[in-house]
Design a binder for this molecule. Sequence first.
Ligand SMILES: [Fe+2]
Ligand SMILES: [Fe+2]
Length: 188
Amino acid sequence: MSTSASKVLAELRSDHRNLTVLIDMLDAEADRLKALEDPNYELLRDIMLYMTGYPDVVHHRKEDWVYAKMVGLRPAMQRDLTRIERDHAEIAKLGTKLLNDIEAIESGTVMRRFDVVEDARAYVNRQRDHMRWEDEKLFPLIDSLKAELDLSEASSNVPKTPDPVFGPKVDSGFRNLLDAIRKDQQSG
Ligand SMILES: [Fe+2]
Ligand SMILES: [Fe+2]
């Protein structure tokens, strides 16, 4: 068994657990926005700064690299897994759009609430659908190939940026986000 493949798969699954927490928080803020309550824009911005700064840059690049290694080993898999790179590009685009909405609101630009709710929903739905597909299809395939899949060079093929929220050292700019996550988890 390749410990490198097991380690990479464990990292990807751990990222998904963390991302799910943030996507659920984002969804709850979108509900507040839709109900004409005041959402926490600072929290929304921090979530989207994280999403566009870590998962888009590290988690998705890691998956793209693993996907390329899998296809190298089993070329026939390409047909079933081809959506991965397209999904990642779409998620990055939707995420940047939502971050731009939030930053525009914070700088005083008048925006239609409905448009922001729509953009938040589009992002949440796309992320959930994508992660579900990976959990159910991609990750079990990685698992089934781990004896042959050599992922020992992950560190030289994937950006080394550490996770600024869930990693060993919390980036000072994300302290409020981490507090909000803890509070959210305590309230169940
Ligand atoms: Fe992905
Ligand atoms: Fe993923």
